[in-house]
Design a protein. Sequence first.
Length: 249
Amino acid sequence: MIYDADVHLSLTEPNGLSAEDALRQLDKAGIDKANIWLQPPYMRYIEEANEYIYQSAKKYPDRFNPTGWVDPHFGLQASKEMIKKCIEKYGMKTIKFNGAQNNFYIDDESLFSLYDQICTAGCSLAFHIGSDAYDFTHPLRAECVAKAFPNMKVMLVHMGGAGKPDLSEFCIAVAKRCPNVFLTGSAVSYLSIKKVIEVLGTGQICFGSDAPFAIPKVERAAYDALLEDITDTIGYENIMYKNAVKFFE
């Protein structure tokens, strides 16, 4: 089994993938399942986009796992209501926050009540962590949250990539200090992924393509080529699907 931890769907963006578009790309790549979340729309309103993620996973439950998305700029009450809807109505087990896209500091203490709501529900938290907006989404900010909620799994998506120079060294250090932290190796150097394995082993990193911003078939091939020489079958299975199942499901 191969599990892509990072696929965006959208019916509104020019380069957006519909559920069926994504499945065609996953099939070409030999990818069995994907974690899906919205591709942030140009207009900030995201409720319809979250619903499309839910409907896509409902239509293709064996191929998609749905993850919700929250933009705190709508206010704490609206954010709490969105989290509640994602978890209770849509059955989503992970909620993502993107401080780069939505311009906020991910360790802002005013957001901790939202993180607590997710933790109390027994769900997981995902952050965009990239050098594209390094101040908003610096790995050390994610560490503050991970340490405040040690019983909640926290995913650092892109593990400091999405720009150069990447912040992967910080992400590796954070994951080493925080066993509840996982990394998604998408939009980041393959050398950084290699370093994760050297330092942490294979238990905290997930394969991800970041489609439609990358091509799943190409990313799968690159991972296969990389992992062939640096890990064994158990390590390959951890990275390519078991860690994603452990985190998202």
